[in-house]
Design a protein around this ligand. Structure first.
Ligand code: NAP
Length: 250
């Protein structure tokens, strides 16, 4: 019998969950538990870490998981690396559902950087107004440039004081529209955008807005991960399940 573990936390994971539910595939949706009220899913849902690779291997065995779909965010490198290791250790096949990275087009003024530290270095020394569109993690690194006024957009209000001295916070959950983001960036007189190259349409609005406003974008590249079977198509994952599950039935 096929039984899927879907590692979620993205728009793509929610799309995948709908397809699995529609096809009546036995599946469990897994959230890390980073947001206070995660979006409801049409699948049985578990919340919280597994306890590293060993914990995940134990979970796969206990729950008799036959297939893993890693639809986590392209920057969720730890979870994705654990999924690769656990897949090998427990002999459970893994596929990655992930959107393609964004590519600069005409009118874009993008500076690609390899990681958070390089993004901090790429910001100017002169006081600027920075839309730091990277979520709530990794903010501490930007304390090295405390002269800037930072704008953050978060899903939940922060529970602890932020490490940045001059910060405005907008509480909102995407997807966002380009007009909406242009308004936000104009209102806050933003001079620089810092973002992760997540790809996909749900988070692209800020880049479209930056293009319209002729703003420089410091775009953080995705972390490198082991070679994995990857696709950006929910249908392709369904085929993979059908193909891989022929002997056991889907
Ligand atoms: P991470 O650094 O790769 O993961 C850290 C730990 O969190 C993992 O080792 C695992 O704990 C747990 N974890 C992460 N994703 C999980 C999942 N789907 N189900 C169960 N446990 C999970 O991940 P992150 O960057 O903190 O991201 C956390 C979640 O937020 C992910 O699910 C991701 O899809 C979503 N997200 C991340 C970003 C981003 O920019 N990083 C943006 C949007 C959404 P154990 O080792 O204990 O198993």
């Amino acid at each position: 019998m096929t039984r899927v573990l879907l590692l979620g936390g993205t728009t793509e994971a929610s799309q995948m969950a709908r397809a699995l539910a529609k096809a009546e595939v036995d599946a469990v949706f897994s959230y890390a538990g980073r947001t206070a009220a995660p979006i409801g899913q049409p699948l049985p849902t578990r919340i919280g870490g597994f306890g590293g690779v060993d914990g995940l291997v134990g979970y796969l065995r206990t729950e008799r998981i036959t297939h893993i779909i890693d639809a986590t965010h392209p920057f969720a490198a730890q979870m994705s690396a654990n999924a690769v290791d656990a897949s090998q250790m427990a002999q459970v096949p893994l596929i990655v559902l992930q959107r393609a990275p964004w590519q600069a087009g005409p009118g874009d003024n993008w500076h690609s950087v390899p990681d958070i530290a390089a993004a901090v270095s790429a910001l100017p020394e002169a006081k600027s107004r920075v839309f730091l569109a990277i979520g709530k993690q990794n903010l501490t690194a930007f304390a090295a440039k405390p002269q800037h006024q930072y704008l953050l957009r978060l899903v939940d209000p922060p529970e602890e004081p932020l490490p940045l001295p001059d910060v405005s916070i907008v509480i909102a959950r995407g997807p966002f529209g380009a007009d909406e983001d242009e308004r936000l960036m104009t209102e806050h007189r933003i001079t620089h955008l810092v973002a992760k190259n997540a790809g996909g349409s749900g988070a692209e609005a800020k880049l479209i807005a930056a293009r319209a406003l002729h703003l420089p974008v410091i775009l953080i590249d995705r972390p490198a991960l082991a070679d994995r079977q990857e696709t950006d198509s929910v249908d392709r994952v369904m085929e993979w399940l059908g193909h891989a599950g022929t002997e056991r039935g889907v």
